[in-house]
Design a protein around this ligand. Structure first.
Ligand code: ZN
Length: 242
């Protein structure tokens, strides 16, 4: 009798163990709960032409921070539009429970592209969103452009895939809101990509060289729409992680 009781107890412990193993082995269907987004509003009030290496160990240098463009209609500097959009995005993501790191929150700073990448690296960001506006000699050109690190880049091969995956989701999300996307392009010569150890994209929100689009880029409602697309795409991307 005593032996039977012991055997039953052993059996019960074994069953409890099995159940706990099964529970911990259930695949996670929910997304990453602690998702860190680094937002980098491109440029700053004053560019810094002093050079910095375009990649770790590279003899090639580019300006620490380029000056950026300005609106053909609004005359507004690009860094200001980038910041307006970034603050909207920061608030949208914070409300949704994302942890947000900003490379800058004011325009009067001097933070180089290497330093911006390092802010994201040190924060172990799950995704970095670099916000910019485009400019080109052709005033008729409009639409968003998404840029990702080069697939074959020495320093970026490891971050290409998640960056590209997110860019695809953002393209879909933007197009779903009626925003024209010119495409997803790879770049191997961007300092901010080559120094990044975390997935990163540049979202060129539109052309400030296009009269209408320049005005739209300064419109709060349009900025909100673009940043909602970024947020939706992050939600979708997060769902793909486990
Ligand atoms: Zn720019």
């Amino acid at each position: 009798m005593k032996t039977t009781a012991r055997r039953m107890l052993r059996m019960m412990i074994y069953m409890l163990l099995m159940v706990s193993v099964c529970i911990t082995n259930v695949p996670r269907v929910w997304a990453k709960e602690h998702f860190i987004v680094c937002i980098d509003p491109g440029h700053q009030a004053k560019g810094d032409p002093k050079g910095e290496p375009i990649a770790p160990g590279s003899p090639h240098k580019k300006a620490r921070v380029a000056s950026g463009t300005a609106g053909v209609a609004t005359k507004k500097p690009e860094y200001a539009v980038n910041m307006e959009a970034a603050l909207i995005l920061r608030d949208l993501l914070t409300q949704k429970g994302y942890e947000v790191i900003m490379t800058r929150e004011t325009n009067k700073v001097n933070v180089s592209n290497v330093e911006r990448a390092e802010i994201a690296n040190n924060a172990h960001a799950d995704m970095t969103i670099r916000l910019h506006c485009d400019s080109i000699g052709n005033g008729g050109k409009s639409g968003a452009v998404l840029i990702v690190p080069a697939k074959a880049g020495t320093h970026t091969a490891g971050i290409y895939k998640p960056s590209y995956d997110y860019a695809q989701l953002l393209k879909k999300s933007l197009e779903g809101k009626g925003v024209k996307v010119n495409g997803i392009f790879e770049r191997g010569d961007m300092t901010g990509f080559n120094w990044s150890k975390v997935p990163v994209i540049i979202f060129e929100m539109g052309f400030m060289s296009n009269w209408n689009e320049d005005r739209m880029l300064s419109d709060k409602g349009y900025q909100q729409k673009l940043m909602e697309a970024v947020t939706e795409a992050l939600d979708a991307y997060n769902q793909t992680l486990n």
